[in-house]
Design a protein around this ligand. Structure first.
Ligand code: FAQ
Length: 307
């Protein structure tokens, strides 16, 4: 077969809804794009464990602590599944971890911000997991088998995380006026990072066209963002909370209009300039260093050789 015939056959398979599997022929660009996307997604899950992880020692009750520990473990498990899915495309886990630790590869903008109060844990669980599930439910229908299957499992767990976050929010809002105010304050601080979570506007998106052509990304960044806003803005208002965007409104067709965020902030954050960026990477590096003996032991190499 010529390259052109292979490409046509590959695209016909995607058009009829087949999943592409690791040993199948695929265009180099498809492989590269998937490695980039899944790698960044895996990075986001493992880095995403850090903001919430800092609150485990301070959880207000024993049951909250158990639930938060389980959630954080789930996120690390998601990273494990996703690095594994990316490995099926030919990039080693070591290379992916090295690139994360050296700052060469990205992770989600939202995990570069501080978690200031317990209410932040509620907002992350309710709204960041809420945003993630919108994105991931769509991507779970994508064309690459190992990624799509990993996302199905991840979405089931994220659905539970949303309930955990929502329950924290409702409990705080039924508490003292100070606790209510903590929720509003956390929402104000997380709102703009969450709006940016879905990536730049479609006109500025670099990869959407390629990812859509090959069935990896069923909806564009703006479409996903709109889906999130339509679902969550009414719920936020129903609780009596406000959003830090005076121009935000819903029109008769149900479309949510909002102020365009400052995208210069987004690009600075995703390129290592977020308020917690350096600290998060330092923690991840330390943890990788401290886990070296475990990796050696599992690989059957002498543990004593670790410096
Ligand atoms: N943060 O051309 P596009 C979670 C980058 S998991 C950082 O539009 P694309 C679970 C993008 O990589 C959260 N960088 O890119 C959890 C590209 O840079 P590059 C992660 C971003 O791929 C919850 C450049 O900007 N989810 O939250 C972001 O078509 C709670 C141009 O962008 C996934 O990764 C961003 N927000 O669309 C864990 C899902 N947005 O590579 C713990 C899979 C864009 O040229 C607690 N990924 N960039 O250097 C996707 O669906 C897509 O990659 C998008 C971006 C939609 C994120």
């Amino acid at each position: 077969m010529t390259e052109q015939e292979r490409l046509e056959e590959f695209e016909a398979r995607i058009a009829q809804g087949d999943k592409i599997e690791p040993g199948d022929w695929m265009p180099d660009l498809y492989r590269k794009q998937l490695i980039r996307l899944i790698h960044q997604h895996a990075n986001s899950e493992i880095m995403g464990a850090l903001p919430e992880g800092t609150w485990i020692p301070y959880a207000p009750t024993f049951k909250r602590k158990l639930a938060l520990m389980a959630k954080v473990q789930d996120e690390v498990g998601h990273a494990q599944l996703l690095y594994r899915a990316a490995e099926t495309l030919g990039k080693s886990r070591e290379a992916m971890v090295e690139e994360l630790l050296s700052g060469q590869s990205k992770y989600s903008n939202v995990f570069n911000y501080p978690c200031e109060t317990w209410a932040d844990i509620g907002i992350i669980g309710w709204l960041i997991d809420g945003a993630a599930i919108i994105n991931q439910t769509l991507m779970a229908e994508g064309s690459y088998g190992p990624y799509a299957r990993a996302l199905k499992r991840i979405c089931l767990e994220e659905a539970f995380h949303i309930k955990q976050g929502y329950d924290i929010i409702i409990t705080l809002m039924n508490g003292t006026p100070q606790q209510w105010a903590m929720v509003q304050d956390a929402l104000n601080r997380w709102w703009w990072p969450i709006i940016m979570f879905f990536g730049p506007h479609d006109k500025a998106s670099v990869h959407t066209a390629t990812l859509q052509r090959w069935g990896v990304k069923p909806k564009t960044n703006d479409e996903q963002r709109q889906e999130f806003l339509r679902k969550f803005v009414p719920k936020i208002w129903e609780l009596g909370l406000t959003l830090p965007d005076p121009d935000l409104h819903i029109d008769e067709a149900g479309e949510v209009h909002f102020t365009d965020p400052d995208w210069a902030i987004f690009y600075a954050v995703i390129n290592g300039g977020g308020p917690m960026g350096p600290e998060r990477l330092a923690v991840r590096r330390l943890s990788y260093q401290e886990g070296a003996w475990v990796r050696r032991a599992l690989a059957g190499r002498p543990v004593a050789a670790v410096a």
